[in-house]
Write a protein that binds this ligand. Structure first.
Ligand SMILES: [Zn+2]
Length: 266
């Protein structure tokens, strides 16, 4: 996301020449990965870039583990669908149709480089339905395989085993995201006096209770109905060690998915 950190690495779209992108795309089983984040309030202790930064870090860690797979990662789509956060300020959101069209256009133009598959990796709960939509709308228009995932839903059983909070503690800016940020970019995390959240208290038991428990009923709520600080969950239970373990679980799972997609399309 920060242009001065772009590497001339095999996997990083922005640092490659056009010919190099086409070269990877032409390989059997090639995959275009499109990380999708958001810029939105994350309570008093985390920066607004949290979702974009974390999804990018998870994809990076996963791709590092794939041994020579023909994968190229596009620059992270930094804005998402976040109207439910606007009342707190600090949020730069796109209209649903705008971001849908943006993701479709990025996928379609990216696929012109001959990739065999495209995988959207999402880092923000509010983008979930969008990712599902574009898997369908891009999928009907291309012969490439189209897939989507939200990274924190990839390995929920294994992450459940690491948590110190009850369900409700790993919601927006809570134990989970704060731990990952302490592992990935501790310099951007506020000190303990700012880590103020409250467990997610959703009135319908069928609806989402946590990042790890998305629920079977969708309901739209502005986040000021859940929390005064904007953080939902218990960031005071976060630690860098836990964040490292969560990161390695997610990276492993995402790397396995990339392997499987490669094999399926090679
Ligand atoms: Zn977040």
């Amino acid at each position: 996301m920060m242009y001065d950190s772009i590497g001339r690495r095999e996997h990083e779209w922005a640092g490659l020449t056009a010919a190099e992108v086409r070269e990877v795309g032409a390989k059997p089983g090639s995959i275009l990965v499109i990380p999708v984040g958001s810029i939105e309030q994350h309570g008093e202790h985390l920066p607004v870039v949290t979702d974009s930064l974390l999804v990018e870090a998870m994809v990076d860690s996963a791709v590092e583990q794939t041994d020579g797979l023909p994968v190229v990662v596009s620059p992270t789509v930094w804005s998402g669908f976040s109207p439910h956060h606007l009342t707190f300020g600090g949020t730069l959101s796109l209209d649903f149709e705008t971001i849908r069209a943006t993701l479709e256009d990025i996928a379609h133009t990216g696929l012109q480089n001959d990739f065999d598959a495209v995988l959207f990796v999402n880092g923000h709960g509010g983008n979930g339905p969008l990712i599902g939509s574009v898997v369908s709308t891009v999928g009907v228009e291309t012969d490439a395989e189209v897939l989507g995932t939200t990274y924190f839903e990839l390995a929920t059983d294994r992450i459940e085993a690491l948590r110190d909070t009850e369900t409700g503690g790993m919601a927006h800016g809570g134990e989970f995201e704060t731990s990952l940020m302490l592992a990935v970019r501790p310099d951007l995390v506020g000190d303990s006096s700012t880590r103020n959240g409250e467990p997610l208290n959703e009135s319908y038991r069928w609806s989402g209770q946590d990042l790890l428990d998305g629920g079977s009923v969708s309901v739209y709520r502005s986040f000021d109905t859940y929390s005064e600080t904007g953080a939902i969950g218990l960031p005071e239970e976060a630690s860098a060690e836990k964040g490292e373990r969560i990161r390695s679980i997610i990276a492993e799972e995402l790397a396995s998915l990339l392997d499987a997609v490669h094999e399926q399309n090679a």
